[in-house]
Design a protein around this ligand. Structure first.
Ligand SMILES: Nc1ncnc2c1ncn2[C@@H]1O[C@H](COP(=O)(O)OP(=O)(O)OP(=O)(O)O)[C@@H](O)[C@H]1O
Ligand SMILES: [Mg+2]
Length: 160
């Protein structure tokens, strides 16, 4: 599935649709260039799950935990992470938590990921830097994630 998202507000609304259909142990991989909107999407997820404090990019902390959310969120960002630093975070223990794991720049940890996840690829549509147009492509791996995308599609369709 591939959809058009025309503003950061719409990106957060997509986040809300993802949040309302997410279940414990779901894993979301967010791909896209710098400034594509990965953190903005995650903010939408956090707000929809009742997180009151700002959802910020965890670039320097690797993981930010939002356990006050209706479904706990573990937001990670592996941008420019060196392989040596990987030992400092126990990814598998987060995946065992009954929450939602969201990973920006997941390429570095690809080898450590389970084979079931929902990958989301965000792309700029226009060349100009200030354009707010994006496409969002969903690449589900496994039955649960295929079902999840169908539920997200349903949520978006019913939104007017
Ligand atoms: N349609 C859109 N979706 C998401 N963000 C948008 C959109 N249009 C404009 N923006 C703006 O683009 C910026 C996206 O920044 P954001 O931090 O979400 O990107 P990112 O993909 O997480 O980047 P990074 O790789 O640096 O973590 C924000 O300033 C946001 O307001
Ligand atoms: Mg980010």
């Amino acid at each position: 599935m591939k959809i058009n998202v025309n503003s950061s507000t719409e990106m957060k609304q997509l986040g809300a649709a993802i949040a309302s259909t997410a279940k414990a142990h779901d894993l979301l991989l967010l791909n896209g260039d710098l400034g594509a909107g990965k953190t903005t999407l995650t903010q939408g997820i956090g707000e929809a799950l009742g997180v009151k404090r700002p959802v910020k990019s965890p670039t320097f902390t690797i993981v930010r935990e939002y356990e006050e959310a209706k479904l706990p969120i573990y937001h990670m960002d592996f941008y420019r992470l060196e392989n040596d630093d990987l030992s400092s975070i126990d990814l598998s223990s987060y995946l065992q938590q009954p929450g939602l794991v969201v990973i920006e720049w997941p390429e570095v940890v690809k080898a450590d990921l389970p084979d079931q996840y929902l990958q989301i690829v965000i792309r700029r549509v226009d060349d100009s830097w200030d354009s707010t147009k994006r496409t969002v492509e969903f690449r589900p791996q496994g039955k649960r994630n295929e079902d999840w995308v169908a539920e997200i599609a349903n949520k978006i369709k019913n939104r007017t």
